[in-house]
Design a protein around this ligand. Structure first.
Ligand code: SF4
Length: 433
C-alpha cells in the first residue's frame, strides 16, 4: 500500500516524520511522492498556534472529500494536547499523539482488518524516557537533522508544548554517536542537532548539551555541526568556552528571545532577563569569530504597553540580529496567557509586527553587508537551478554562485568562496580556485 505523509510544524516534526516513513517502509509499505497515488495519509500535526489547528482540520476535510476511500492517520502534537477534540474529527481513522508512533504500522494493519476507528493517545508520565528514533537523513538533502532531546517543563505562559510533549528527556550519547556515524557513512557532511528545548539536553541523566556536541564533533566524516534553536537558560560561560573549542561547530546560534522587555519576559514566564540574554550574546560573539545570532520575537503579548514595545524594539536594535522571525501573539487555547486580561487588539499587534520587521530587516541587511569581501568554506546544497549554485557558510549565510561555464554539480561539496556582493537575503560570491 502507498503512504503519503503531510508534516506540519518544526524540524523536530520533520525528523519524526522521516523516522515514521522508514518504519513503514521496513513493514513493507511504499512511500508515495504524490498524494493522488496514496491509499493511506499520515498527518503529523503541530499545535503551536490555533491557526495551525484550523489549517489541519481543513486539510483533513480536503483529503476526505477528494479521496473518500483513503485511510487517514492523525498523529503528533495536536492529538496529544487535545485528544478528545482530535478523536471527534470526522474522517480520521487512526489517532495517536506524540507517543506510540513506533507501532503505527501495526495500528494500520489492525484498522484494515477490523475497519474500526482506533484512538491510541497515551498520556505522558513523569518518568518518561526518550523514545528511540533515528533516521538516515532525507532524500536529496545534504544536511541531516538529528533529534537529541524531547519535551519541556518550562511552561511559558503562551506555549502549549509542555502539554503536547511531556517532560524533558534526552537521547543517550551512545545512540547519538551511532546515528551520526551512520549519517556520515551514507555521505552526510553536516548535521543539525535539534530538540524541543535543546538547552536542557542531558538534564535527565547528568549531562549537558556541550557533552553531546563534543561527541558529535568527534565523529569521523562529519565536517560541520549546527545547533537548532536554543533557549538562553542553561547556557553558561563554561559551556560557551567548551563549545568554542570545537572546530566543527558552526558559529550560528538561534537564541530564542521572545521579548526585549523584562516586564513582558516575566509575564511570559521566561526565566531570564534581557541583561542575561545580552551577556550570552556577548560571550558567543567574543568566542566565535564572525558568528551570527538569530532569534524569534513575539509582539503584542497580553499586557504589552506601547512603552514595553518600545523597550523591546530598543533591545532588539542593540543586539543586531542576523535574522529574526517576528510573530504577533495569538492566544493558544489551554495556556494561561489565553485568559490574561488586557489582550492587545489585532490592529496594534499588526502595527507592532510591521515596525519590528522593518527594524530587523535593516539589521539583516547590515549583517550581510558585514560579510562582503570575506572568504568562507561553503557547503553546496541543492542542485544548480537557473544557472545558480546554492550553499551556506559556517555562519549560515546563504551564498549564490553564478557559474557561466560549468554544469558540474557542486552538491555536497565544500569550496572556498569570496563574497562579492549582496543579493536578496543572501550574498553572491565566487569560488576561489
Ligand atoms: S521553553 Fe517555553 S516556549 Fe520553549 S517549548 Fe518550553 S514552554 Fe514552550
Amino acid at each position: 500500500m502507498n503512504i503519503y505523509f503531510i508534516t506540519f510544524g518544526c524540524k523536530v516534526n520533520l525528523y519524526e516524520s522521516e523516522n515514521m516513513k522508514q518504519n513503514f517502509v521496513n513493514h513493507g509499505y511504499t512511500l508515495s511522492k504524490v498524494e493522488n497515488e496514496a491509499d493511506i495519509f499520515v498527518i503529523n500535526s503541530c499545535t503551536v498556534t490555533g491557526t495551525g489547528d484550523k489549517k489541519l482540520k481543513k486539510e483533513i476535510r480536503r483529503l476526505k472529500r477528494i479521496y473518500p476511500d483513503s485511510l487517514i492517520v492523525l498523529t503528533g502534537c495536536f492529538p496529544q494536547a487535545f485528544s478528545a477534540e482530535a478523536e471527534q474529527i470526522d474522517g480520521v481513522d487512526i489517532v495517536t499523539g506524540t507517543k506510540n508512533r513506533n507501532i503505527l504500522p501495526e495500528l494500520v494493519s489492525e484498522y484494515i482488518t477490523k475497519r474500526d476507528k482506533i484512538c491510541c493517545v497515551s498520556k505522558y508520565t513523569r518518568n518518561e524516557t526518550f523514545e528511540f528514533m533515528s533516521n538516515l537523513g532525507y532524500e536529496n538533502n545534504t544536511r541531516a537533522f538529528v533529534k537529541i532531546q524531547d519535551g519541556c517543563n518550562m511552561f511559558c505562559t503562551y506555549c502549549i508544548i509542555p502539554y503536547s510533549r511531556g517532560n524533558f528527556r534526552s537521547k543517550p550519547i551512545e545512540d547519538i554517536i551511532s546515528e551520526v556515524d551512520q549519517l556520515a557513512k551514507s555521505g552526510y557532511k553536516e548535521v543539525v542537532l535539534v530538540g524541543i528545548n535543546l538547552s536542557f539536553y542531558g538534564i535527565d541523566f547528568g549531562k549537558r548539551l556541550v557533552d553531546a556536541v563534543e561527541a558529535v564533533c568527534g565523529v569521523n566524516g562529519i565536517e560541520r555541526v549546527r545547533l537548532g534553536s536554543i533557549e538562553p537558560e542553561m547556557i553558561t560561560e563554561q559551556d560557551v568556552l567548551r563549545l568554542a573549542g570545537l572546530k566543527k561547530l558552526c558559529p550560528q546560534f538561534h537564541l530564542s528571545l521572545q521579548s526585549g522587555c523584562d516586564k513582558t519576559l516575566k509575564a511570559m514566564n521566561r526565566r531570564y532577563l534581557t541583561a542575561d540574554y545580552e551577556k550570552i550574546v556577548d560571550l558567543l560573539r567574543k568566542n566565535f569569530d564572525n558568528c551570527s545570532i538569530t532569534t524569534d520575537i513575539m509582539v503584542g503579548f497580553p499586557g504589552e504597553t506601547d512603552g514595553d514595545f518600545e523597550e523591546s524594539l530598543k533591545f532588539v536594535e542593540k543586539i543586531g540580529f542576523a535574522k529574526s522571525h517576528i510573530f504577533p501573539y495569538s492566544p493558544r487555547k489551554g495556556t494561561p496567557a489565553a485568559n490574561f486580561d488586557s489582550q492587545v487588539p489585532e490592529n496594534v499587534k499588526n502595527q507592532r509586527s510591521t515596525r519590528m520587521i522593518e527594524l530587523t530587516d535593516k539589521s539583516t541587511h547590515k549583517f550581510l553587508e558585514s560579510q562582503l569581501g570575506k572568504e568562507f568554506p561553503v557547503l553546496f546544497e541543492r542542485e544548480k537551478s537557473d544557472g545558480i549554485h546554492h550553499g551556506f557558510t559556517p555562519n549560515y549565510t546563504h551564498i549564490k554562485i553564478l557559474t557561466k561555464n560549468s554544469d558540474k554539480s557542486l552538491r555536497n561539496l565544500l569550496f572556498y568562496v569570496k563574497i562579492l556582493e549582496l543579493g536578496k537575503d543572501c550574498c553572491i560570491g565566487e569560488i576561489l580556485s
